[in-house]
Design a protein around this ligand. Structure first.
Ligand SMILES: [Fe+2]
Ligand SMILES: [Fe+2]
Length: 166
């Protein structure tokens, strides 16, 4: 824990730690959703989609790492038990019951939109008050927006390909 980190963070620390832990749990679920999707995917552009999923999975894991560091620095405890992930998370894990790439992409698009809203909220909470948490959430927000765009582009490309076939 960082004594100065807590002193200078002009926020309700309990409220902030709650939302940081929510985001932390969501990152683990997002990591797993992408990672599993990459293994299961079937359908058009599967190799490219699977590569993109793995790339995103690794970025979600880095986000979890950044959040974990900050939670500890602020004197909090990261969610200790994976059983708690789905309770702590507000962006829900969507089981990839149907491995068709378009279904997986749609599920991930929903998850990315939820993540964008989460970091937008954390940015708003910390702007001008807690510079370090703001810096971290702004960096993650940028990457979630890129993820959302990349997933959306895959959906458009696959739709376009399917429409112009035969
Ligand atoms: Fe993320
Ligand atoms: Fe993401």
């Amino acid at each position: 824990m960082g004594e100065m980190a807590q002193k200078i963070a002009k926020n309700d620390t309990i409220e902030l730690l709650n939302i940081l832990n929510m985001a932390f749990a969501e990152e683990w679920l997002a990591y797993y959703q992408y990672w599993l999707g990459a293994q299961l995917a079937v359908g058009p552009m599967r190799p490219s989609v699977a590569d993109e999923f793995i790339e995103h999975a690794n970025e979600e894991l880095k986000h979890a790492q950044m959040l974990c560091n900050r939670i500890i620095q602020l004197g909090g405890t990261p969610v200790l038990n994976p059983d708690e992930w789905s309770h702590a998370a507000s962006c829900k894990y969507d089981e990839p019951k149907d491995p068709y790439v378009m279904k997986l992409l749609e599920q991930n698009l929903t998850a990315e939109r939820c993540a964008v809203a989460r970091y937008q909220k954390i940015c708003e909470m910390t702007f001008g008050k807690d510079y370090e948490t703001f810096r971290i959430s702004e960096k993650i927000l940028k990457e979630e927006l890129e993820h959302e765009q990349e997933i959306g582009d895959f959906i458009d490309d696959i739709q376009h390909t399917l429409q112009h076939k035969g």
